[in-house]
Design a protein around this ligand. Structure first.
Ligand SMILES: Cc1cc2nc3c(=O)[nH]c(=O)nc-3n(C[C@H](O)[C@H](O)[C@H](O)COP(=O)(O)OP(=O)(O)OC[C@H]3O[C@@H](n4cnc5c(N)ncnc54)[C@H](O)[C@@H]3O)c2cc1C
Length: 463
């Protein structure tokens, strides 16, 4: 290649090296190829590739090394907000590798990198089993799990990353590696919570749990009762068993056709919860909140796979702008601070402000855990709006920042990876000891920073 060869011409050299499709600027498919699930993000990589196999991934990594590109990977682009520049970067989209196998005897699932949580939830449920899915049906299993993974069964079974039993990756030197407790144990530790900085995951294996039904639903209360209901929920969670995972939430449904008619354009304060147990016990647990007189009560026994719709997450791409933080504690003063910035009368543009209950298995330490470890915090907050018009982005962003500032007195030591929806360095997400460990693994597997990832880990400096 001559010195004047452009980045795009260089990237086009990928064509013919793999079975999967390669898209570069100027192609008819380019705008579709570079689009992320989060439509608020405008991605400009040098090329987009859709591998059909792990060998295709090896070909991309080798080509990138030889031609001085970086590589980044997306399952869906739900977390595209968190990526820094994609300049000189090949974007690997895993959406075409979708094989999913369930071993019901061993209670293990093996998912290729493009598999979505909904696919796992439905397939596992056929065997009376459940994986540790999050609230959204169409989030990628790999991206979610590498960042920790907090879902409706979290207080009982912990972070999804800590249920991983093996990860298949292509490393920066173009090797196909299977990392588990005995083989490449440092890499295995790092990817379970350290994100996508260490390689391109081509498949992941994780434990499933014997849960087929849950008592779950939502209590809807008028928005004006936000303080009262959040305080009642705050008191309620003080002694709920680990079989309950719940959220207190402010919801201002946008007036769009995707929202059911009876909720469209309306605002509520909600309590959402899932209980692993019987209807009788679940109803008894819920009774104090029911007595507050919700305007709508959807609690019932449901197949565990139906939890994928409990949180009413959008199932189509949307322009989301949001961020989160972890709170050590939730007091009446915390609720007051939240209501002042995001409650009724605040003029808040935020569609959703939620507080998820932590504790239980999420807070338990174990030497078997990956880098995600445990989270020593009482709650995670996530607040988001929809930038339907690009000019509203800064307005929404400012309100999210104002909310975080108002809640700063109760902030926990660190925010959880998956709930940090802006580009931050990995350093702010881990204890100093864990971050140093991640840096050493990065230095061992990708010292030249071939891989660009959400919340990147920087390699430890050579001694
Ligand atoms: C509507 C919504 C609901 C959510 N609910 C929850 C929830 O309940 N609990 C929770 O914990 N999180 C939740 N999240 C956060 C979510 O887990 C992260 O956004 C996660 O990164 C999504 O994974 P993805 O693969 O779909 O996203 P992507 O944007 O495609 O990937 C995110 C990052 O993961 C890495 N990555 C992805 N695939 C690979 C791969 N094959 N190899 C190496 N690295 C890879 C990359 O660094 C990439 O930048 C939610 C997000 C949204 C938008």
């Amino acid at each position: 290649m001559t010195p004047t060869t452009t980045v795009n011409e260089k990237a086009a050299g990928l064509r013919g090296l793999l079975d999967g499709e390669v898209a570069t600027p100027g192609d008819a498919s380019w705008d579709e190829a570079r689009r992320a699930w989060n439509l608020a993000v405008d991605q400009h990589p040098a090329a987009v590739v859709y591998p059909e196999s792990a060998d295709d991934v090896v070909a991309v990594v080798r080509y990138a090394r030889e031609n001085a590109f970086h590589v980044t990977t997306q399952g869906t682009g739900h977390f595209a907000n968190t990526l820094a520049s994609l300049e000189n970067t090949i974007l690997v989209k895993t959406s075409r590798t979708r094989r999913l196998e369930i071993d019901p005897e061993a209670r293990i699932a093996r998912a290729e990198a493009g598999v979505l949580w909904e696919e796992v939830s439905l397939a596992a449920a056929e065997h009376g089993l459940a994986g540790l899915a999050g609230s959204s049906p169409d989030v990628g299993v790999v991206g979610y799990t590498l960042g920790g993974g907090l879902g409706w069964l979290a207080r009982r079974y912990g972070f999804a990353a800590n249920s991983v039993v093996a990860v298949e990756l292509v490393t920066a030197d173009g090797r196909r590696v299977r990392a588990d407790r005995d083989t490449e144990p440092d890499l295995f530790w790092a990817v379970r919570g350290g994100g996508g900085s260490f390689g391109i995951v081509t498949a992941i294996e994780f434990a499933l749990y014997p849960v087929s039904e849950v008592y779950a639903g939502i209590l809807f209360f008028p928005f004006e009762r936000t303080s009262e209901i959040l305080n009642a929920w705050r008191e309620w969670v003080e002694d709920t068993p680990v079989e309950v995972t719940s959220a207190g939430r402010l919801m201002q449904f946008p007036p769009i056709p995707q929202v059911p008619e009876q909720l469209r354009g309306q605002s509520f304060v909600l309590v959402e919860a899932a209980y692993i147990g019987s209807e009788e016990d679940g109803a008894a647990l819920l009774q104090p909140l029911r007595e507050l007189g919700p305007v709508l009560d959807t609690f019932a026994m449901m197949p565990v796979e139906d939890l994928r719709h409990l949180h009413m997450d959008p199932t189509e791409p949307v322009p989301g702008v949001g961020d989160g933080m972890a709170l050590a504690d939730l007091t009446p003063e915390t609720v007051n601070a939240l209501v002042a910035v995001a409650g009724p009368c605040s003029g808040s543009p935020l569609v959703s402000v939620e507080l998820r209950q932590l504790g239980g298995a999420v807070g338990e330490e174990s030497p078997d855990h990956g880098a995600v470890g445990s989270l020593d915090a009482g709650f995670v907050l996530f607040a988001a709006g929809m930038a339907v018009h690009p000019e509203t982005t800064s307005f929404i962003h400012a309100r999210v920042e104002a909310l975080k500032a108002a809640l700063a007195p109760w902030v926990a030591d660190r925010v959880q990876f998956n709930f940090s929806d802006t580009p931050v360095d990995g350093e702010s997400l881990y204890s100093p000891e864990t971050y140093r460990g991640l840096q050493w693994v990065k230095a061992a597997y990708d010292p030249g920073e071939l891989f660009r990832a959400s919340h990147p880990i920087r390699p430890a400096a050579a001694a």
